[in-house]
Design a protein around this ligand. Structure first.
Ligand code: 1GP
Length: 226
């Protein structure tokens, strides 16, 4: 589950996190493309008061917290903006080293979700077309060959249409590393379809923020865990 510190108070995040823990959610992602709040008090409160792993989901090299368990060390491999392929990573590396948290190398692929996304705007990159399956799996395979540990297929927060099953399936067929899928997954039924197509992890943000329902979280967790 994704929590955006710019949209919630710490108290609200804690409330959602407690429910998430009870509902069987696997981990909390903490972050946003454009972050104006300090992540530290959020990560500390979540670590102090829940047993869930807290993983930073950064928009750039300044998004970090020593209180988190890990950071998704993203490289925006669907784009050709050198800053988001390696520039921000070089700036972040010494900071992560100093924090001592785990860096989880992740090939981050933006897939057209039917609407302009924050990632697209902030990174100045275009998403991959949703129907060019060979282009998608070639990017994912390149990430695996480069030694990355996860693939993140991202339609963008609030995407009108999530990453299609055909694309997830094509990537699944060609890589062995775990696949995370997020963006516009608004129902447990959609989550099941993505898992059946080959997703290992589902990320949900907006739908939980808007509905903040324990039973919905529970149904998402059950759907993903089968
Ligand atoms: C965004 O994939 C996440 O990076 C979550 O997207 O907010 O649309 O669930 P939603």
């Amino acid at each position: 589950m994704l929590l955006d510190p710019d949209r919630h108070s710490i108290a609200d995040c804690m409330h959602v996190a407690h429910q998430a823990e009870e509902a069987g959610v696997d981990a909390l992602l903490l972050g946003s493309s454009l972050l104006t709040n300090d992540l530290n008090p959020f990560a500390k409160a979540l670590k102090d008061e829940t047993s869930l792993p807290v993983i930073v989901f950064p928009g750039d090299s300044m998004h970090l917290s020593q209180h988190a368990d890990a950071i998704l060390y993203l490289s925006l491999i669907s784009g050709r903006n050198a800053n988001f392929l390696i520039g921000e990573q070089v700036k972040a590396a010494p900071l992560i080293h100093r924090c001592g948290i785990e860096a989880i190398s992740t090939g981050y692929m933006l897939i057209d979700g039917g609407t302009a996304t924050s990632v697209e705007v902030m990174s100045g990159t275009a998403p991959l077309p949703r129907d060019k399956l060979d282009i998608a799996w070639a990017h994912a395979l390149a990430a695996e060959y480069l030694g990355m540990k996860f693939i993140y297929l991202e339609a963008g927060s609030g995407a009108k249409i999530p990453v299609p099953e055909e694309l997830i399936g094509a990537v699944r067929k060609h890589v062995t590393i775990p696949i995370i899928v997020g963006g516009g997954i608004t129902t447990p039924e959609l989550a099941v379809a993505k898992v059946n197509a080959g997703a290992d992890f589902i990320v949900t943000g907006n739908v939980i923020e808007q509905q903040n329902s324990f039973s919905l979280m529970n149904r998402f967790a059950d759907a993903v865990h089968g």
